[in-house]
Design a protein around this ligand. Structure first.
Ligand SMILES: C[S@@+](CC[C@H](N)C(=O)[O-])C[C@H]1O[C@@H](n2cnc3c(N)ncnc32)[C@H](O)[C@@H]1O
Length: 262
């Protein structure tokens, strides 16, 4: 069982390098903001905002007449995001659990949650909160990863094969779930789903390895002693190598964007 605190702490340790290797989360954050149709003057809440993959595109769209509040449970993420937001008059970053929001009812026109809802253990409580802080008719946009090209999906298997060398139990990855019926049960309406795929290129194996450590999957490395990490790295590179194209390794990552109204 991985606790909410443990999840946030993993991301806290990644905060300094998060999304710095390829523009992975930024690309999906931009698409989420487009899909929801954040517009001028909107008041937007970005939940589990990380380093602002959806916060910054939302901020560009709301303009001077709107505002964006970004929240996350990992303090280092919030501190890094706040530093990047600088003195933007209409943007704030706050430490807050997605399951319990410290805002009055009907505070926002749009609530966003990019690539994070799967880490929230009590989704029913969270969705009720997200709906509570939306104004009547307000828009929700949630994105989740939906798999990738087969040849880039080896890491879970490799990590599991190192379980015996782990100094702590391997974390349990988020389990698949269907968000639309959960949104309906929470009282949302006009629920729509859209899927897409984004392509990223790692110029070499080391770039892929750096990317792994810049996001949540680093948790699997954190439970291994250094010699096991080196062996795991060698095994991952052996799995990658046969798939090398002229310019490197291609990741085709799929995502689902679910939108709804309160
Ligand atoms: C994969 S990252 C996504 C961050 C950002 N939305 C993006 O698209 O880059 C997941 C984020 O969820 C945050 N998180 C995990 N559990 C949370 C919770 N219960 N409440 C708030 N944030 C949480 C983590 O700290 C992390 O920043």
């Amino acid at each position: 069982m991985t606790t909410v605190r443990e999840v946030a702490d993993v991301f806290g340790r990644a905060a300094g390098v998060y999304d710095s290797v390829i523009p992975f989360f930024r690309r999906f954050g931009e698409r989420l903001v487009e899909t929801v149709g954040v517009g001028a003057g909107d008041e937007v809440l970005d939940i589990a905002a990380g380093r602002g993959a959806a916060t910054f595109p939302a901020l560009r769209r709301v303009g001077e007449g709107g505002r964006v509040v970004a929240t996350d449970l990992a303090t280092p993420m919030v501190e890094a995001l706040a530093a990047e937001l600088g003195d933007a008059r209409n943007a704030t970053a706050l430490v807050m659990d997605a399951q319990s929001l410290d805002f009055p009812d009907a505070s926002f026109d749009v609530v966003l949650c990019a690539f994070a809802v799967m880490f929230v253990p009590d989704r029913a409580a969270a969705l009720a909160e997200w709906r509570r802080v939306l104004r009547p008719g307000g828009r929700l946009g949630v994105s989740v990863p939906r798999g990738a090209n087969e040849e880039m999906l080896f890491f879970g298997d490799v990590a599991r094969s190192f379980a015996e060398r782990a100094v702590r139990p391997l974390p349990v990855p988020p389990q698949p779930f269907d968000l639309a019926p959960e949104l309906e049960a929470a009282g949302f309406r006009d629920i729509e789903e859209e899927d897409d795929e984004q392509e990223f290129v790692f110029p070499d194996e080391e770039a892929w390895w750096a990317w792994l450590q810049s996001q949540g999957q680093r948790v699997f490395l954190e439970v291994l002693p250094p010699d096991a990490v080196q062996d795991l790295k060698a095994e991952c590179f052996a799995r990658l190598r046969p798939h090398r194209a002229a310019d490197g390794f291609h990741l085709f990552q799929r995502a689902r964007y679910t939108t709804a109204r309160s």
